[in-house]
Design a protein around this ligand. Structure first.
Ligand code: HEM
Length: 219
């Protein structure tokens, strides 16, 4: 659908900035407390997380932190999804992801040509990573619900095949998020301008114009 009204707003409007930073702190709580709980009953005998990197004095305390973070994560996540869909931000900033753009961006990256000359647009790799981590975040919450209340959410457990499978999925989602955050934070530090924008809001952009520009470059 073509948007007819012109909206001028910051590249990262205030709600996005608030939700992003609340999410960053909450993910930190979820991962470190999750590692505490994991250490109490490991999935892989060879893998124990260093106690210094875990949150909570003991497993039960880690669990309390995990449940505390869970509510914030779900409320913040649902707010972000609703905002992204209703305001058109997902359509404007994260979609579409074209295979040809992906190939071109990968080629540029391999030739170390990745310029950030237009900081108001995400490149195809960024779009893919953001849509990917949002999807993994949703799967993490669903698998977490299945492990948390396996009786009440028995259909969810069935969806994963078994309780143990749901645990595995939850674990692999955590691993993917840790991998994403590592790359994401490294890139943010490499291109500090983007980091500043996530605090200040960044340049003021014209939604209609950027939608038109995207439309033109696509044809
Ligand atoms: C200290 C940790 C973090 C830092 C420094 C950071 C930094 C940033 C920056 C600078 C941007 C804007 C990128 C740009 O304009 O090119 C961004 C966007 C984003 N970040 Fe993070 N981030 C952090 C944690 C996280 C975490 C934990 C997640 C999710 C698991 C996440 C998910 C996202 C997503 C989905 C976007 C795109 C948001 C949108 O445009 O609607 N970030 N982040």
């Amino acid at each position: 659908m073509v948007q007819m009204t012109n909206h001028r707003r910051h590249l990262h409007p205030l709600p996005v900035r608030i939700m992003h930073w609340v999410n960053a702190v909450t993910i930190f709580i979820m991962i470190t407390s999750g590692w505490k709980i994991y250490n109490d009953e490991v999935l892989f005998g060879w893998l124990h997380f260093p106690e210094a990197l875990t949150l909570g004095k003991w497993a039960q305390h880690g669990l309390q932190w995990h449940f505390f973070g869970m509510w914030i994560l779900v409320i913040d996540g649902l707010s972000y999804l609703t905002y992204g869909l209703v305001s058109g931000r997902f359509r404007r900033m994260l979609l579409p992801i074209r295979l040809s753009d992906l190939i071109a961006t990968v080629k540029d990256t391999l030739h170390l040509k990745l310029s950030h000359d237009d900081p108001t647009k995400y490149n195809a790799i960024q779009k893919l990573l953001y849509v990917g981590v949002i999807s993994v975040g949703i799967l993490t919450v669903i698998s977490g619900l299945a492990i948390w209340k396996p009786i009440q959410f028995s259909e969810l457990v069935a969806l994963f095949g078994s309780f143990q499978n749901a645990r595995l999925v939850h674990f692999f989602c955590m691993s993917a998020i840790v991998a994403f955050v590592t790359v994401h934070v490294a890139l943010a530090l490499l291109v500090p301008q983007t980091l500043v924008s996530m605090f200040t809001g960044g340049p003021v952009v014209d939604d209609q114009r950027s939608a038109e520009l995207q439309h033109k470059t696509a044809h």
